[in-house]
Design a protein around this ligand. Sequence first.
Ligand code: FMN
Length: 336
Amino acid sequence: MKNAYERFVRPLLFSLHPETAHHFAIGTLRHASHVDLALRTLRIFQPPPKPKTVFGLTFPNPIGLAAGFDKSGVALPAWEALGFGFIEIGTVTAKAQPGNPRPRIFRYPEQQALINRLGFNNDGADVVAERLRKLRESGRWPRVPVGINIGKSKVTPVEEATSDYRYSFQRLHPFADYIALNISSPNTPGLRSLQTREPLSILLRAIREENQTARKPIVIKIAPDLSPAELEEMIAVCEENQVDGIIATNTTLDHSAISPRQNQEGGLSGEPLRERSTAFVRSITTRSTIPVIASGGIFNVESAREKLGAGARLLQVYTGYIYRGPGLLREIVEQL
Ligand SMILES: Cc1cc2nc3c(=O)[nH]c(=O)nc-3n(C[C@H](O)[C@H](O)[C@H](O)COP(=O)(O)O)c2cc1C
């Protein structure tokens, strides 16, 4: 049976262009983040506590907001009020950037999917750091772990990626409970090449060097399009460099679920990604003890159980939240 969001709110949001709907939602949550009464109202969606400790952090429940929803970190108090067990903002890049030309988000309601080629539109590390500093001063900083996902600026050549990540790390690390290195977006040319041994080792060594004082857990976010051999190598490099966690997975370039007529360039998320991302979670957890955060096609308690059954320690939602709305968290957490 459809919930109230699916019956009344989703039809309105889906009558808008996807990016317009996104701006409307994030704008509303941004305003709500400054208003106590609004935050109290959002709390009606809070799931019951199901605390969990992973890489030294305590999470009030295992479901987090996946990166990309709040790229520039404008609505942290609202996400906490809605009941997320953790919030990952970003992807933030060293330099502010507008992203790719529009349109760049596409809905596929029949497949419960999205394709996006946003290309890391975000305010840049300096502006985001200043915003987070102000939020901390205001006393509204969320009591749930905040992850900051960082990526490479488009104008920075991939050979200089490390300095770009290093800059964002320096600026944002004081505000993060963990840092996620995004090396798997399909929408920044060359980014996924950072998943191979040489460049990944260089990047991880540089981040380790930066991460000596006030050490924060480092997690990396991987693509579901790696070959088994590439995944094997990636896990080995993560272990050699004491990576604290792996987010599996980002969006996929496999668009076989979408008819060629409707297809668009970009990364596919949602239900058609679920099985593949679960297989990645299982591959990692059978080979390694590095904790895995599962992301990809979580829409209900069954898909959440599937990820936990594959060995995931934490979960993240994005597309499922767009399709199922804010009641999704309680629906899942209550039944876990
Ligand atoms: C519109 C959109 C924008 C996204 N932007 C980012 C991003 O900036 N950084 C990132 O690491 N992942 C990004 N993602 C990927 C999601 O965080 C998530 O890993 C992926 O969509 C799979 O989960 P889902 O099936 O629950 O959506 C984005 C996804 C969507 C749909």
